[in-house]
Design a protein around this ligand. Structure first.
Ligand code: ARG
Length: 457
């Protein structure tokens, strides 16, 4: 394809290090679509004859049929998907194939293909995240009033509802989706027609190719359009953030499924057994989601480091942009699907959760607040009195609301029988009815709002 100025062919090493076809064949649909848009434009502009444009367009359809049927052949001598397609096109339709590359370079070609690929990946990620959100909302609805301990420092803090906890992840995923949507908006400008770096002397119509490929507009600067990969980085950073959220959710399922917690029974379909310990049911899918997050971040890091020192315009380093994007996309898709299944099909052991909230003295703050409100005791002193009550309950092995009134009055005489209203986990949760709080009614409002948001997707 470029042998004109060379006396010798490339060495075996050169061929191998140069070949991107083993991975960039994943771009074949985008490459064909962009070539078809380009040649149609060349025809419409009179840069190639209508007859040649049609022959090339039809030839590209035939190549696409072959790829769809037989896969993309991997010939290292042809380097990449662009040369592979053009070479097959020439075999099928003859020398007229050589007119396709008029007013174009592989630099704007690959920048265009890759944007189209990432755009499609974003749409697929978004569909996966909607499914995860729907699963979260359905389970939150079911468990709007199921009590569990809320934690800080992984120590029992205050009772919350499981629905509230699940809706926290709904919100994280909502922001992840908006990050992907932002990335999509910014990437949706067409590099096609930037040619190698400087634009072209041919009278091309960049608006036409941009529109044909679903871009919002042609990219404004040809140097920028072929050089930058910030669109891929935006995507990888959104993917990293999303993977972090999935990893935290996975981590919670891992903890909840452990025997001392026993908050959840994971679906058999997303667990594995042990070859030696027959009782084991391991949360491998969740652990791998946690592990995959590290790899997704590694992909984002890899591309940042590839790009950080490159002068404008294209350098071959940039061929290495694709593997991390492809890898992260596969890892993220699996992670989203695994967590969707886990949320949808896990069995929440709400009795255990409630018990843990009760025995963890999660309503201690409520007792202190009650002393402040009903007995007009300064909060610091109330805190101290409550501490003594917790100490006594712990010594007796009972929940706070199981301490008899005499015992509570021994600790502080100002306590009366009305205190029990504040000590139950249900009362505690119901009282936290501030906007966005954990009270079942507030959770139901969050669920209703989420359902309305999702109905627009
Ligand atoms: N396979 C190359 C890549 O993915 C295509 C661009 C090659 N351009 C060049 N000037 N060598 O980056």
């Amino acid at each position: 394809m470029w042998g004109g100025r060379f006396a010798e062919g490339p060495s075996a090493i050169m061929r191998e290090i140069n070949a991107s076809i083993p991975f960039d064949k994943a771009l074949w649909r985008q490459d064909i679509a962009a070539s078809k848009a380009h040649v149609a434009m060349l025809g419409a502009q009179g840069i190639v004859s209508d007859e040649d444009a049609e022959a090339i367009g039809n030839g590209l359809d035939r190549v696409a049929e072959e790829y769809a049927r037989d896969g993309v052949p991997e010939d290292w001598d042809l380097e990449d998907i662009h040369m592979t397609t053009e070479s097959r096109l020439a075999e099928l339709i003859g020398p007229v194939a050589g007119r396709l590359h008029t007013a174009r370079s592989r630099n704007d070609q690959v920048a265009t293909d890759f944007r189209l690929w990432v755009r499609n990946a974003i749409d697929e990620v978004d569909a996966g995240l909607v499914a995860l959100q729907r699963a979260l909302v359905a389970r939150a609805d079911e468990h709007a009033a199921s009590i569990m301990p809320g934690f800080t420092h992984l120590q029992t803090a205050q009772p919350v509802t499981l629905g509230h906890h699940l809706m926290a992840y709904y919100e994280m995923i909502r922001r992840d989706r908006s990050r992907f949507a932002d990335a999509r908006k910014r990437l949706n400008e067409s590099p096609l027609g930037s040619a190698a770096l400087a634009g072209t002397g041919f009278d091309i119509d960049r608006e036409a190719t941009a529109t044909a490929l679903g871009f919002d507009r042609p990219a404004a600067n040809s140097l920028d359009a072929v050089s930058d990969r910030d669109f891929a980085l935006d995507y990888l950073m959104a993917a990293s953030q999303c993977a972090l959220h999935l990893s935290r959710l996975a981590e919670e399922f891992i903890i909840w499924a452990s025997q001392p917690f026993g908050f959840v029974r994971l679906p058999d379909s997303l667990s594995t057994g042990s070859s030696i310990m027959p009782q084991k049911k391991n949360p491998d899918a969740a652990e791998l989601v946690r592990g995959h997050a590290g790899r997704v971040i590694g992909c984002a890091t890899a591309l940042m480091i590839t790009m950080k020192g490159l002068p404008l315009a294209y350098s071959k380093d940039m061929q290495d942009d694709k593997p991390p994007v492809f890898e992260a996309t596969g890892l993220l898709a699996l992670s989203i699907a695994a967590m969707t299944g886990m949320v949808a099909d896990s069995e929440f052991r709400t009795e255990r959760m409630r018990q843990a909230a009760e025995l963890g003295y999660a309503t201690a703050t409520d007792l202190a607040d009650w002393l402040v409100r009903e007995a007009d005791i300064p909060f610091r002193e109330a805190h101290h009195i409550t501490g003594a009550a917790v100490k006594r309950a712990e010594a007796d092995g009972v929940a706070l609301d199981q301490l008899p009134l005499e015992v509570l009055q021994e600790i502080d005489a100002r306590i009366d029988e009305h205190v029990y209203r504040a000590l139950s986990v249900d009362a505690s949760v119901a009282s936290r009815a501030s906007y966005g709080g954990t009270a079942p009614d507030q959770v139901r409002m969050q669920v209703a709002r989420a359902k309305a948001q999702l109905s627009e997707d």
